[in-house]
Design a protein around this ligand. Structure first.
Ligand code: C2E
Ligand code: MG
Ligand code: MG
Length: 258
């Protein structure tokens, strides 16, 4: 567990990223010292639906600070304080250390790509004993990632994989899959919710799954809340699933209930 105080201590002694990236502020330069609070991670299983087995866990950050409703607000605060990359690094340390025995899916904020922390050689993603997938959300314009291609190339050359998160939300830019060639695509709950009641959604789901697989990406359906939604994604050919019906995010990493 890393609390707000420890995060700042950590930042004070951390080796900053190599030159060529945007600078991370020193704690003494941060006004109103971060009210980030105590940080921890919870884990939600990503289930292999054909084998009914846990394939991996997604790590999701939590803060005990009353100032933040959820992880996006926490990262917005870190961006304001210019420590987004450092926060991401701490989350990766927490996430990898408490779940050493499984593949991990780790969310990366788009702003982290121009801060250099991700390509620090001692980042724990490079020494995890199982596959690591970095999730990037498609709810930012693809043009941002044009700036990050060299970082992505470097990370991937060291064996870390890429997952496009939230496909079907935000910009719904299918070109992401062509351009970034992710190993995994995660379908947003917007494509899954109530799909069993809507035949046209089922057609869409089936074809998106096929499209992703033909482009070389495995598919995870997110936000499965009911047995009916689980059956409908299975019928559409989705290989992996995640959602409250299977397991809620908790610590320690939970088993599955369905
Ligand atoms: P996400 O990566 O798409 O994560 C899935 C979100 O859906 C999580 O919310 C999870 O708790 C929630 N969820 C899981 N199953 C269900 C379900 O069956 N139904 C519904 N309605 N929701 C479900 P959470 O943890 O609040 O995270 C929200 C977003 O914050 C994440 O969306 C991700 O974009 C971001 N985030 C979370 N942790 C981190 C982190 O460590 N780093 C970064 N950069 N972003 C993070
Ligand atoms: Mg995610
Ligand atoms: Mg998502």
């Amino acid at each position: 567990m890393t609390d707000g105080r420890n995060f700042l201590d950590w930042l004070e002694q951390a080796q900053p990223p190599r030159p060529g990236f945007r600078r991370t502020r020193r704690p003494s330069q941060i006004p109103n010292v971060l009210s980030i609070g105590a940080l921890r991670v919870v884990y939600q299983p990503i289930v292999d639906l054909r084998r009914s087995r846990i394939y991996a866990y997604e790590a999701l950050v939590r803060s005990d600070s009353p100032h933040f409703q959820g992880p996006p607000a926490l990262f917005n605060e870190a961006i304001r304080s210019q420590v987004c990359g450092a926060l991401g690094r701490v989350v990766r340390e927490l996430a990898t250390s408490s779940c050493p025995d499984y593949p991990l899916f780790l969310n990366v904020h788009p702003n982290e790509f121009d801060e250099g922390w991700l390509v620090q050689p001692d980042d724990p993603i490079f020494s995890h004993d199982h596959p690591v997938y970095l999730e990037i959300t498609e709810s930012v314009p693809l043009s941002h990632f044009a700036l990050c291609h060299s970082v992505l190339r470097e990370i991937r050359s060291k064996g870390v994989s890429l997952a496009v998160d939230d496909l079907g939300a935000g910009y719904s830019n299918l070109k992401y899959i062509v351009d970034l060639q992710p190993e995994v695509v995660k379908l947003d709950r917007g494509l899954v919710a109530q799909a069993h009641l809507d035949e046209r959604m089922q057609v869409l789901l089936r074809h998106i799954v096929r499209l992703c697989e033909e482009l070389g990406a495995r598919v995870v359906a997110e936000g499965i809340e009911t047995r009916e939604e689980l059956e409908v994604v299975r019928a559409a050919g989705v290989h992996y699933g995640q959602g409250y019906f299977l397991a809620r995010p908790t610590f320690p990493p939970p088993g599955i209930s369905a």
